[in-house]
Unconditional design. Structure first.
Length: 405
């Protein structure tokens, strides 16, 4: 046997594996795992608000009554019962949908991965909101796409700039979280949604509309999905998830798309994980049949709205003078900006020393990063804990900006 020193090197990782970095959010979650840290960093639903008893009853019923099927392989498209129940919910929310219009995915994150596999060739251009959901940037990076940022204001992407970028860059798709966006919490107005659809129809463009937070509205009026515009129906994909309204550990999401694209995503899913776990799908379908998810969501929305208000009430005393922030009408996140000259990433280690944390905003930008920005999640902690966390943040920040106590 040859000596180990004479062995040839193993082939290198794929270039995309080296070029796409780890999620800073996931890295920060590891950093803040100590129980004494009050973390506004993660996008974690409040675990005490999960309907654990209802979910346990659903799993017991499935195992008692459908054990062979629940423990067996399933179809790639998803459980017929869960697809039917999901289609009914989507239809009641204003978009006529049948079970065959849907693919059940292992979280809506998988939906993004399947779309990238079905739509993107290396070098294709993807347009995204700036800033953008971080894991979407990872998906498009792994697909070898070139990501181009669309400037946004408080109402969403600028339509004229979007149109110009489509003409110049010839992108395959525009990815957006129109309602209670991650990371900013903003909601795209109906006028902007109409303008985005008009660009897609006029120029030839896929719209990927990601809506994991839409049922978490605390005030204001519902804004229709872009997917509801008939003239854009042949080029619009709607993604959503049960993670924020039922439980993220189930890893249940869904995709609504035109037939040919949906079929391509089914084939991509066959090559990925064959199907989403059968028992989780059947338990979710049973939960939807036996329990009133909307009544449970009313309780969740009331609690989350109170937590949002607690954070808004305390931010003035926690952030340095000259900071700004928004007031989201729903969702899980609030977007803040420290005074000019501050670097939220550089300040984070000292903030964590005070046993509190946020996510710096810079990694969310596909364009030029705003280093003074940061994202705060307000749903994970109860109001008293939010107030204590903001007190700690105030002690960490000095009113002079980068100077810390």
């Amino acid at each position: 046997m040859p000596a180990a020193s004479s062995a040839a090197a193993v082939p290198p990782l794929a270039a995309r594996a080296a070029s796409v970095g780890a999620s800073p959010v996931r890295e920060i979650l590891a950093l803040t795992a100590r129980p004494e840290v009050i973390s506004f960093a993660g996008g974690l639903p409040a675990p005490e608000l999960f309907d654990g008893a209802g979910m346990a009853a659903a799993f017991r019923a499935v195992l008692d009554e459908q054990a062979p099927a629940a423990l067996q392989y399933s179809t790639t498209e998803g459980s017929p019962a869960l697809r039917a129940a999901t289609a009914d919910r989507v239809t009641k929310r204003g978009l006529a949908t049948g079970p065959d219009d849907l693919l059940i995915t292992t979280g809506s994150q998988q939906g993004l991965t399947l779309l990238a596999a079905a739509l993107l060739e290396p070098g294709d251009v993807v347009l995204v909101e700036d800033p953008c959901y971080l894991a979407a940037l990872q998906v498009f990076g792994f697909a070898g796409a070139r990501v181009v940022a669309v400037p946004c204001d408080d109402d969403g992407p600028d339509p004229a700039t979007l149109d110009a970028l489509v003409v110049r860059e010839r992108p395959k798709l525009f990815y957006s979280v129109p309602t209670f966006q991650n990371p900013t919490g903003r909601t795209m107005t109906a006028e902007r949604r109409r303008a985005v659809a008009d660009v897609a129809v006029r120029r030839g463009l896929w719209i990927v509309e990601d809506d994991p937070y839409g049922e978490l509205r605390y005030e204001g009026e519902h804004v229709p999905w872009i997917s509801s515009y008939e003239d854009a129906a042949d080029r619009t994909v709607l993604l959503s998830s049960y993670s924020k309204i039922m439980a993220p550990g189930l890893r249940l999401g869904w995709m609504r798309a035109p037939h040919d694209l949906l079929r391509a995503c089914v084939i991509a899913k066959q090559a990925s994980d064959l199907h989403t776990p059968t028992i989780n799908q059947l338990a979710a379908a049973r939960y939807l049949a036996d329990r009133d998810l909307d009544a449970h969501l009313a309780t969740v929305r009331a609690a989350y709205g109170e937590r949002r208000d607690a954070m808004l009430a305390g931010l003035g005393g926690a952030l340095p003078e000259g900071s700004t922030w928004n007031r989201p009408e729903g969702g899980m996140f609030l977007w803040a900006r420290l005074p000019a000259g501050c670097d939220a990433t550089a300040l984070l280690p000292r903030v964590v020393e005070h046993d509190v944390a946020y996510v710096p905003g810079a990694p969310f930008f596909a364009g030029t990063p705003d280093t003074a920005s940061l994202r705060l999640c307000f749903v994970t902690s109860a109001p008293d804990e939010i107030r204590e966390g903001l007190t700690r943040l105030g002690r960490a920040f000095d009113g002079g900006g980068n100077r810390l106590r």
